[in-house]
Design a protein around this ligand. Structure first.
Ligand code: FAD
Length: 437
């Protein structure tokens, strides 16, 4: 009996319109002239002509071309592209990595979801959370509450504690599979480690420590702004040819979005695809280091910050006193750290921490740009400096020109007196500053 003759499905090139950058390299590489450019400068494949040779796939710098099984799929892709242009397709996803320590989320993840939502709106796409861990389902709901439309979730015992290998494996696998447009991570110890590893693995660019993110309305590229050349200029960096566009942002740089517990979203569960025995590092013991009391300046609502103008380590005493009376913590400029008057964990600025307290009192700080990038988004800034031309006054809401050695003790006395007359510790200061006492 003659064998039944079946037509082998013909493989055709499929263009991912969102990934195409219009470089025309695929058109040049096609031996049968089956690829042209449409009116939007996006490559289009003539399904009748394509011979499925894959030459276009190999030359595409943004990996925007894959192979399909036949003309039907080409049509499906074309109509998907149409609906994407009409705003109803899968769109361009903005991913936010949800950092946590054994299920305890890092606030920067929610701050990034707030920003991610804004970017996704500008891209006509969706903001998605990416959650890796062991028994971390509660973070999915929480990410919806902070704005995620969709959550990618990998739960595996190998992810119970952060290790670069398994987290990189999971994250890179998700990126390759789902092709997000943008991936954001916190510029924390974990986020910095993971972001660099993922960007290297998926061969894309990464902008670290961004202080601003926006979408170019024309090109739809992510504009990633960060200080450069020692903080003397702000550079806007683009990742034109590779996807995803990846950036890290420090905690407290982006605004915390409102929480809405009633929000729901879509969940995509994936497996890690890596067994514990394949992990290069094994955790033998996990110990949490006790943070020095009051050292976490990034969490403080009120910061009394000292600069070189306080004159010496003894000058810190008056700052501590004021901080204690108004319920704040002491931070500093780098000059104070360099002098050895205080530890580096208290340094605010480009090479220190980014803070966003409700009240920042800068005492004897000149306001160098490297300092400003770490504190200028504070709600209220009070500057005390004897030089009326000091740049710190350019960002201050309230400026006091004078000697810190006289003004700080006077403020402490005034606040103490106000508290003694009935105000509560910590709430008296806002009134004192606001009324210029
Ligand atoms: C790559 C790089 C990264 C950096 N990162 C950081 C960073 O993370 N954080 C940071 O802070 N800096 C950083 N710097 C250093 C920064 O450029 C400044 O040198 C530093 O911020 C200055 O600290 P300051 O304002 O305390 O000191 P100064 O610039 O010396 O200012 C002291 C101020 O105190 C005032 N003053 C003096 N005496 C009194 C008084 N009795 N009463 C009132 N006012 C008085 C003076 O008028 C002056 O304005 C960085 C620099 C570089 C190149």
């Amino acid at each position: 009996m003659a064998a039944e003759e079946r037509e082998k499905p013909r493989r055709l090139a499929i263009i991912d319109r969102a990934g195409c950058i219009g470089c025309e390299q695929c058109a040049a590489a096609c031996p049968v002239g089956a690829i042209g450019m449409d009116a939007d400068s996006v490559a289009v494949v003539d399904a009748e002509e394509c011979i499925g040779c894959k030459k276009c796939v190999l030359v595409c710098p943004t990996y925007a071309i894959t192979m399909s099984d036949g003309p039907e799929e080409v049509e499906a892709t074309a109509s998907a592209a149409e609906s994407e242009r009409a705003g109803e397709g899968r769109g361009r996803e903005v991913w936010v990595f949800v950092e946590h320590t054994q299920g305890q989320p890092a606030v920067v993840s929610w701050e990034l979801l707030g920003k991610g939502r804004e970017l996704a709106g500008d891209l006509g796409g969706r903001v998605c959370s990416v959650i890796l861990g062991d028994r971390v389902g509660h973070l999915v709901k929480e990410s919806f509450a902070y704005g995620a439309d969709k959550a990618y979730l990998i739960e595996d015992a190998a992810l119970s504690h952060y290790r670069t290998g398994p987290y990189l494996h999971g994250m890179a696998r998700l990126v390759r599979e789902h092709e997000p447009e943008v991936v954001l991570l916190g510029a924390t110890t974990m986020g910095r480690d993971l972001a660099g590893a993922v960007a290297t693995s998926v061969e894309t660019g990464l902008t670290a420590d961004c202080t601003g993110l926006s979408v170019d309305p024309e090109t739809k590229l992510l504009e990633q702004t960060r200080p450069a050349y020692g903080g003397n200029i702000m550079a806007t960096i683009l990742c034109e040819r590779r996807r995803p566009q990846m950036a890290t942002v420090r905690p407290r740089v982006m605004e915390m979005p409102m929480r809405d517990g009633s929000r729901r979203g879509e969940i995509v569960r994936e497996s890690l695809g890596l067994s514990e025995t394949e992990a290069a590092v094994r955790i033998v013991e996990y110990a949490r280091e006790a943070a020095g009391e009051g050292a976490r300046i990034e969490d403080a609502d009120i910061l009394v910050s000292g600069g070189r103008g306080i004159g010496g380590s003894e000058g810190l005493e008056m700052l501590r006193e004021l901080a204690e009376v108004i319920g704040g913590r002491v931070s500093s400029s780098r000059a104070v750290v360099d002098q050895g008057w205080i530890g580096h964990e208290r340094q605010v600025g480009q090479t220190g921490k980014t803070v966003r307290p409700k009240l920042y009192i800068a005492c004897g700080i000149s306001g160098a740009v490297q300092h400003l990038v770490g504190m200028e988004t504070s709600d209220i800034i009070v500057a005390i400096n004897r030089d009326p031309q000091a740049p710190i006054f350019g960002v201050a809401d309230y400026g006091i020109v004078g000697d810190v050695n006289e003004i700080v003790p006077a403020l402490t006395r005034a606040c103490r007196a106000r508290l003694a007359s009935g105000g509560e510790e910590g709430d008296g200061w806002g009134v004192a500053a606001g009324e210029g006492e």
